[in-house]
Ligand binder design. Structure first.
Ligand code: PMP
Length: 440
């Protein structure tokens, strides 16, 4: 029996013992290819020497200094490096311990910046259905995943949710991608006008939707129009790159692909690459100056803000990504992964869509490819894929479809950026086996 919470008493999950490159090894010596990097976390694999050394050195020199009393060099250096490579208006970095904390900080900063500018009526947040922004109450309220929210609904702040930009399901017959981009973005303007433009604080979206839809990029032109609408009404654009940022899509920041810069940006998972828990919120000089020339301080904080060891790890991670030009490698290996997935599953009767960007790939399973009807949730396809994949020595990230039929079961792949050609074949072969066994 285990005292760990949560651990289901009937859990059959293996016990992790060690990590080596792209593999995790359990206590029986069995090797698992980490095809989803956990949940798009382990972008450098599990034994990166530079990151491990940076952590060891930092913990020996300075383990912790509370930011209420002292600044620390690794945090300053990390912030400098991030801003050097971030889209132009982003100018300041607030370091936290993970993705949900980054979103909470983003929401509060947006509200406070409007207040400092005398716009106290701005309190409404607009986000999107079928999105995930974290599990703390503010982040959960922002997310549009009905299942995750259900039990806690009475505790959640009121947030509007417009449709995601989800071409596979929501683009209509006869509509071009460009027309669809404008129609999807128009929902934001309609909602701002409905709420009253002077009352809207921020719009929050993932550039590539991860945990709820399975690597769904917006169609070209969508975010450009979203940016215009936010500018028109003075609404902050908050882009959540907790999952898709830090090189995962083939650009250091996912929004670089669309050439659209947010007012506030959140990152986490790939920032620490699993070596340390860390997240960050980046904000524009304009937002920062509202605070600086106003009350002078951001009314927020956690004990572990700017933790020196986490910052030293992230500094090494980001340096590895930039110095080795890993985003370019991600583009090349991502194209190979996509080609391999299409070769294996392109004609599969139950795989309706193969999508993604860079090494962030998703496949959607449907009962019927023509009607795009999802499988009956009672079949538990996603859970079965996970189980059969683990048996085959593959970690992938399957997610169940929705009961309302809005989307089918899907599998997310987010392998380490160091994946090789033969390892791409290994992932696709094992995934094919797991899907076959799950559908049998
Ligand atoms: N935002 C996005 C887009 C995420 O994918 C996640 C985690 N899956 C979060 C926020 C929350 O991050 P964390 O689990 O580190 O709190």
């Amino acid at each position: 029996m285990s005292h760990i919470f949560p651990r289901h008493s009937k859990s059959t999950l293996p016990m992790a013992a060690s990590g080596e490159g792209c593999y995790l090894i359990d206590t029986n010596g069995k090797r698992y290819f980490d095809g989803s990097g956990g949940a798009a976390v382990s972008c450098l694999g599990h034994s990166n020497a530079r990151v491990i050394k940076a952590i060891q050195d930092q913990v020996q020199t300075l383990a912790f200094a509370h930011t209420g009393f002292m600044h620390s060099q690794p945090a300053e250096q990390l912030a400098d490096l991030l801003i050097k490579h971030a889209p132009a208006p982003l100018d300041r970095v607030y370091l936290v311990s993970g993705g949900s904390e980054a979103i909470e900080a983003a929401l509060k900063l947006s509200r406070q910046a409007h207040l400092e500018r005398g716009q106290s009526a701005r309190k409404h947040i607009i986000a999107r259905q079928q999105s995930y922004h974290g599990n703390t109450l503010g982040a959960l309220a922002t997310g549009g995943n009905a299942w995750r929210r259900a039990q806690f609904d009475p505790l959640l702040i009121n947030i509007s949710h417009i449709s995601p930009c989800y071409e596979y399901i929501l683009r209509q017959d006869g509509e071009t991608a460009a027309q669809y981009a404008l129609r999807a973005a128009q929902e934001l303007e309609d909602e701002i006008l409905r709420l009253g433009p002077d009352t809207v604080m921020a719009f929050v979206a993932e550039p590539v939707v991860g945990a709820t839809l399975g690597a769904v990029p917006a169609v070209a032109g969508y975010f450009k129009r979203i940016r215009e609408i936010c500018d028109l009404y003075g609404v902050h654009l908050i882009l959540d790159e907790v999952m898709c940022g830090m090189g995962r899509t083939g650009h250091l920041f996912a929004c670089d692909h669309d050439a659209v810069a947010p007012d506030i940006l959140t990152i986490a998972k790939g920032l620490g690459a699993g070596y340390q828990p860390i997240g960050a919120m980046l904000c524009s000089a304009e937002i920062y100056s509202a605070i600086e020339t106003g009350t002078g301080f951001f009314q927020h904080g956690h004990t572990y803000v700017g933790h020196p060891v986490a910052a030293a790890a992230a500094l090494a991670v980001v340096s590895e990504i930039i110095e080795n030009d890993l985003p370019r490698r991600v583009q090349a290996m991502g194209a190979k992964l996509h080609t391999a997935l299409v070769a294996e599953f392109g004609d599969h009767p139950h795989i309706g869509d193969i999508r993604g960007r860079g090494l962030f790939a998703g496949i959607e399973l449907v009962k019927d490819r023509t009607t795009k009807t999802p499988f009956d949730p009672a079949r538990g396809i996603a859970g079965r894929i996970k189980k059969h994949a683990l048996e085959a020595g593959l970690i992938c990230y399957p997610m169940p479809g929705t009961r309302d039929g809005q989307r089918g079961d899907h599998v997310l792949l987010a392998p380490p950026f160091i994946i090789s050609d033969t390892q791409i074949d290994e992932v696709v072969t094992k995934l094919s086996h797991a899907i076959g066994a799950a559908l049998a």
